[in-house]
Write a protein that binds this ligand. Structure first.
Ligand SMILES: [Cu+2]
Length: 141
């Protein structure tokens, strides 16, 4: 009887953490060739939804905790949603504007285990300095 109660409680807790309390964060493409949220801190199970409020942008993942299975690249000007189920640091860019620093960072579960790999991604000089700034923000918040 007690075991049943414990299992039931665990099930309920999993439901709450995995579903009901999962958040959706919205990030807009801005007219300044940037993302409205440059550093997003989320939890496993949360969704990020990118909204094309300004034309000519997309989302292309450059790094994540599982390099072999990064989310697919979105089409220019499309609404795009990704659910994040693996803790770690994700780096993405806008394909046309990555070189000029249109980058975004996502930290899932405050887990920085793959940050060194993220730092090693080939980027333009401008994008490199933007990434350094985003990492500073991520570390300090
Ligand atoms: Cu862009």
């Amino acid at each position: 009887m007690r075991i049943c109660l414990i299992l039931f409680t665990i099930m309920i807790l999993q439901l709450i953490s995995g579903g009901i309390l999962a958040d959706t964060i919205q990030i807009e493409f801005t007219e300044n060739d940037s993302y409205s949220v440059e550093v997003a801190r989320i939890n496993v199970g949360d969704t990020i939804k990118w909204l094309p409020k300004n034309e000519g942008h997309n989302v292309e993942f450059l790094a994540g905790p599982e390099m072999a299975s990064l989310p697919k690249k979105s089409k220019i000007d499309e609404v795009y949603s990704v659910v994040f189920n693996v803790p770690g640091v994700y780096l993405y860019q806008c394909t046309p504007h990555g070189n000029t620093g249109m980058l975004g960072l996502i930290i899932v579960n405050n887990d920085f285990h793959n940050i060194e790999k993220v730092k090693k991604i080939q980027l333009s000089t401008v994008a490199k300095s933007v990434l350094a700034r985003l990492i500073r923000i991520a570390r300090s918040s």
